[in-house]
Ligand binder design. Sequence first.
Ligand code: SF4
Ligand code: SF4
Length: 109
Amino acid sequence: MKIAVLSGKGGTGKTFVSVNLATVAKTSTYIDCDVEEPNGHLFFKPEKIQEEEITVQIPKVDNELCNGCRKCADFCNFNALAYIKNKLIVFEDVCHSCGGCSLVCPEKH
Ligand code: SF4
Ligand code: SF4
C-alpha cells in the first residue's frame, strides 16, 4: 500500500500524520518530498543520511523579445512575476518552477 500525504498549508500537520503512519505500520518506507522543510528526519533520527543537490528552473526574461503583454504575470499563481516600469521582474524566491509562464508567453521565451 502506498499512502501520500500532501497539500495543505504549512502547519496543518502533514508531517505529523506521515511520521505516525510510518511508525505504526509493521514495515514502512518514509519518503519526505517536502522541498521547503523536509523535517521528518527530526522524528526518525536516521543515521545514514544521503544528500543530493537538486536544482530547479527559474524563468529568465529576454527583454529584447518581451512585448509587455503580461500574460505570464497573469498566469502565475504565486505572484512571482510583475511587470513594472516596462520591465518584467522575476521574484525567484516565490517561483515554484512550474514553467507555465513560458507556455503562455506569445513570444515563447
Ligand atoms: S515558473 Fe511558474 S511559478 Fe515560476 S514564475 Fe513562471 S508561472 Fe510563476
Ligand atoms: S508573456 Fe512573454 S511577452 Fe508577455 S510579458 Fe510575459 S515574458 Fe513578456
